[in-house]
Design a protein around this ligand. Structure first.
Ligand SMILES: Cc1ncc(COP(=O)(O)O)c(C=O)c1O
Length: 398
């Protein structure tokens, strides 16, 4: 209904200039808190050079065709081997896009005899994968391990009849609220129930764990993750994704994932670029240290200033406010026009009615001054919000 008025401001905004903590929005420089450029790799000089050199050397056409037919290369296989060794898994398959890869992996991994048990707050790519599943699927409330256990009991009874298996799917870091999936608790259930665990760690890969290998490493549960998904679109600031697992699962996926068999393989510059990013992620721990310096400063300052940030356990930083949708738009307008701060706004139906969620993504290229400036501005808009200054009966237009 409001698409036309919102277009370009609240929806489909255009951020221009070099990717970083400051970018240009509608001709004005703004402090940006909405890019998943966690490690600051998007504009890292070594990354930019490798991307440019690889594009010059290979163009965007190479290799031609699907991996299975004519689109394979030594470099694709080398990147897979490097990811396997980093993830401490036997084998890895590259995916062209994370979203499409998750959907397709779920489709490939189960058949009508199998049962999927999944977290209620799973990302759209998991939900869409479930839509392709011909067997039963049981949902459990977000991170509710007792309910998961009940669903595993139901699933066990059912698969005993169908001779099928159980696949549990959850996320490492939930991208809206920032809390972690309870991977360790889920893995512990393996002593009682027979299932495989598939984890979408889009936001955890590169940001969580001692080496950056993700939320499984963070929780000491990496070995219990049977199928690990990571994307290049967030901490790696590129395009593409991967699944790491046992040799037999990955080999099975190579011959059964429709999104990879029936689509052109990842262009060479993305493969070479991913290798460089992985090298930096492994060899420059200061990138992750910088990220966490900003994360910790931002989250503790928000809490100290009286903001509600929920239960985040990752860089994803939600700020929950109370207000209507018209208030949310007035507040964002104030934040952008008068404070030059750009962050994402999330309203009903993604969050309950009456809640405004501002979602901040700190990165390694933010500074402590950026944090202070933002806390100051947020404190002022909170006073305005509480005083009813953003009230209105319609969604504002910029
Ligand atoms: C949890 C999760 N899974 C998968 C994806 C999809 O990844 P990609 O951008 O590589 O398609 C995203 C990105 O939005 C995500 O947040």
């Amino acid at each position: 209904m409001h698409a036309k008025d919102a277009h370009g401001y609240f929806t489909f905004p255009k951020l221009e200039g070099e990717i970083g903590n400051k970018m240009i929005f509608r001709g004005k420089e703004m402090l940006i808190w909405s890019l998943n450029n966690y490690l600051g790799l998007a504009n890292h000089p070594e990354v930019r050079k490798v991307d440019a050199d690889a594009s010059k050397e290979y163009g965007l056409a190479t290799p031609m065709g699907a991996r299975m037919m004519s689109g394979n290369s030594n470099l694709h296989e080398q990147l897979e081997a490097e990811l396997s060794s980093f993830m401490k898994k036997e084998d890895t398959i590259l995916l062209n896009y994370g979203y499409q890869g998750m959907v397709s992996a779920i489709d490939a991994l189960v058949d009508r005899h199998d049962v999927i048990v999944y977290d209620a707050e799973s990302h759209a790519c998991i939900i869409d994968g479930l839509r392709l599943h011909m067997g039963k699927r049981f949902v459990y409330p977000h991170n509710d391990i007792e309910s998961l256990q009940k669903q595993l009991e139901r699933a066990t009874a059912l698969t005993e009849n169908t001779n099928g298996s159980i696949l549990v799917i959850t996320e490492g870091v939930f991208g809206m609220s920032g809390d972690q999936g309870k991977l360790k608790d889920i893995v512990a259930l393996k002593s009682e129930y027979d299932f495989r665990l598939f984890v979408d760690d889009a936001h955890g890969f590169g940001t969580m764990g001692k080496t950056g290998a993700g939320t499984g490493e963070e929780q000491g549960a990496q070995d219990g993750i049977d199928i690990y998904f990571g994307t290049f679109a967030k901490a790696m600031a590129s395009i593409g994704a991967f699944i790491s697992s046992t040799e037999s699962v990955v080999e099975y996926l190579r011959y059964n994932m429709r999104s990879q068999i029936f689509a052109k393989s990842l262009p060479m510059p993305l493969v070479v670029g991913a290798m460089k990013r992985l090298e930096l992620l492994r060899t420059q721990p200061e990138l992750k240290a910088n990220l966490w310096k900003i994360v910790n400063a931002l989250q503790s300052s928000l809490k100290n200033a009286g903001f509600e940030i929920g239960n985040t356990q990752s860089p994803v930083t939600p700020v929950y406010l109370n207000g209507t949708i018209p208030e949310a738009t007035n507040l964002i307008l104030d934040l952008r026009e008068n404070y030059a701060i750009f962050c994402s706004m999330v309203v009903y139906p993604v969050v309950p009615k009456g809640i405004i969620m501002l979602r901040l993504i700190p990165t390694a290229v933010h500074t402590l001054e950026d944090v202070d400036y933002t806390i100051n501005a947020f404190s002022k808009i909170l006073v305005n919000l509480k005083a009813g200054k953003y009230e209105g009966d319609k969604i504002v237009t910029a």
